[in-house]
Design a binder for this molecule. Structure first.
Ligand code: GTP
Ligand code: MG
Length: 477
């Protein structure tokens, strides 16, 4: 039997009880005041408890948030779709981040210039092969680099410094992964496949917006920031324009099959704007800015339903689409109301940056198959965005043939309508064949950098999800 320890009075043992116990020689008047105070404090405490339980009860009554997961290969347009949601439903927060996106646009500009400088170097060294899988360079591709071009190349090399400065600021511990473009020119293929990436769970944007005193109050840009590369970019603006417009450069890019206009984060046609001294990115520029995502990030917003005047909490999850990051998607499969799957149809002639033997369209088919066949997702609405239709239009119009990359396309006409109809059918067939349960095929042709058209698509999806969600919550019949 356990021995009984004699109980000591609380006052003896408990320092807290000792501290709050009434004074030993308390007068009757002091006692009365103390009791009144205690009663008042208890009333306040009871009121707080009641309020908390009311809140908990209404929390239980409130419909669950609508959850959307954005999926698709890297560069398919997931983060751009998220930006569209934010622009539509949280415009204030979206615009407060202009200063951060300004730095990304500047980085994107510098990166494009480096792609050109590398292409020039490669054209002088025929043994180097360009990164694109469908291009090759032979010794006959060498083009004469005149002295003007050679000078431009030397002067623009100083942009490396801007890149280093910006990346240093962006690379808060654990927030980013990057590789500067200054490594020796010996491995251009590897260099182009790497780009800056941000771990979405870390507030990288804070590096450009917090703790500064000289903010432009409208745009949150610190014009007195000594680290701001805007001045150097402005000083090199004419050189950049001349480089981009140089006929030899255009010829070199064409020979190496580098279509810069189609690369993510292309701003060379807007150099006047983006290198102006007081440049602040427009909404359009923010949507076009490219920053690769690492990890998974959750974005909360409250969306209203125009029909019932009600509002719902939405949670949108953005993930990194690079192959090595896809395993991180799975824990988010449970409990999603919808998946927006992005397939960039213009990428039919491109390969994955991380796996240069894999065609991008083939990768999208494979990913789509694995998503629609997944049992965990069988009751999740799957919405397909056949994205980058603007680039698809331009590509087909420039004479690049879909049938050269997709055998089954056969002799169908190489125009946008026929091509998009065909691809839509292919994705629909995959859904029908692989879905564990019959499902509706929701599909949109999208251009995620066009806010106007995307706005209608997203509003339609929001209304549809609200309706489905309310039906499931038995709030409407
Ligand atoms: N022209 C054009 N560009 C687009 C479109 N959608 C996205 N982009 C651009 O393509 C690039 C890549 O888009 P992101 O949204 O960053 O791609 P992502 O799917 O988030 O890529 P990861 O984060 O690597 O998984 C960005 O520079 C976008 O501006 C489109 O419909 N048309
Ligand atoms: Mg992304």
């Amino acid at each position: 039997m356990p021995t009984r320890v004699p109980r000591r009075s609380m006052e003896d043992s408990d320092p807290i009880a000792n501290a709050i116990a009434p004074p030993q020689n308390e007068s009757p008047a002091a006692k009365e005041i103390r009791i009144q105070k205690e009663r008042a404090a208890k009333q306040v405490s009871d009121a707080i408890d009641a309020e908390l339980s009311r809140e908990q009860a209404s929390e239980k009554k409130r419909p669950k948030p609508v959850k959307i997961l954005l999926l698709g290969q890297s560069e398919s347009g997931k983060s751009t779709t998220l930006k569209n949601f934010q622009l539509l439903y949280e415009p204030k927060a979206f615009r407060a981040e202009r200063a951060s996106w300004r730095a990304i646009v500047q980085l994107n500009v510098v990166r494009s210039i480096h792609v050109i400088l590398d292409a020039i170097t490669r054209s002088q060294n025929p043994n180097e092969r360009p990164p694109s899988a469908r291009s090759s360079v032979s010794s006959s591709d060498s083009l004469r680099i005149d002295s003007e071009l050679a000078h431009l190349k030397t002067r623009l090399s100083s942009l490396l410094d801007i890149e280093k400065r910006l990346l240093k600021r962006l690379s808060l511990p654990g927030s980013t992964e990057w590789e500067p473009t200054e490594r020796p020119l010996a491995s251009p293929r590897k260099r182009q496949s790497r780009e800056i990436a941000v771990n979405s769970t870390v507030a990288w944007k804070g590096a450009f917006t917090k703790g500064r005193e000289s903010f432009d109050s409208d745009h949150q840009v610190d014009w007195d920031d000594p680290e701001d590369p805007g001045i150097l970019l402005h000083a090199r603006s004419e050189d950049m324009k001349r480089l981009w417009a140089h006929p030899t450069v255009q010829a070199i890019l064409e020979k190496q099959s580098i279509r810069l206009q189609e690369l993510a984060g292309f701003f060379l046609d807007s150099l006047d704007e983006v290198t102006s001294l007081r440049y602040v990115p427009t909404d359009d520029h923010i949507l076009r800015a490219r920053l690769k995502t690492l990890g998974v990030s959750e974005h909360r917003m409250r969306l209203s339903d125009p029909n019932g005047g009600m509002s719902r909490d939405f949670r949108i999850f953005d993930v990194g689409g690079t192959r090595s990051l896809r395993a991180a998607w799975v824990p988010y499969f449970e409990d999603m109301d919808a998946i927006i799957f992005l397939a960039p149809i213009s990428a039919f002639d491109q390969v994955l940056a991380e796996e240069p033997t894999v065609n991008r369209l083939a990768d999208s088919y494979k990913l789509w198959t694995s998503i629609v066949s997944n049992k965990l997702l069988q009751s999740t609405n799957v919405i397909l965005f056949l994205n980058k239709v603007d680039i698809m239009h331009a590509k087909l119009a420039s004479g690049i043939r879909l049938s050269d990359f997709v055998d089954s396309y056969g002799r169908r006409p190489n125009d946008f309508d026929s091509a998009s109809r065909y691809l839509k059918k292919q994705f629909n067939a995959i859904l029908k064949q692989n879905s564990p349960v019959p499902r509706i095929f929701y599909c949109h042709l999208t251009n995620a950098i066009d806010t106007k058209s995307t706005k209608f698509v997203l509003a339609g999806i929001k209304d549809m999800l609200m309706r489905v969600h309310l039906q499931e919550s038995h709030l409407i019949l």
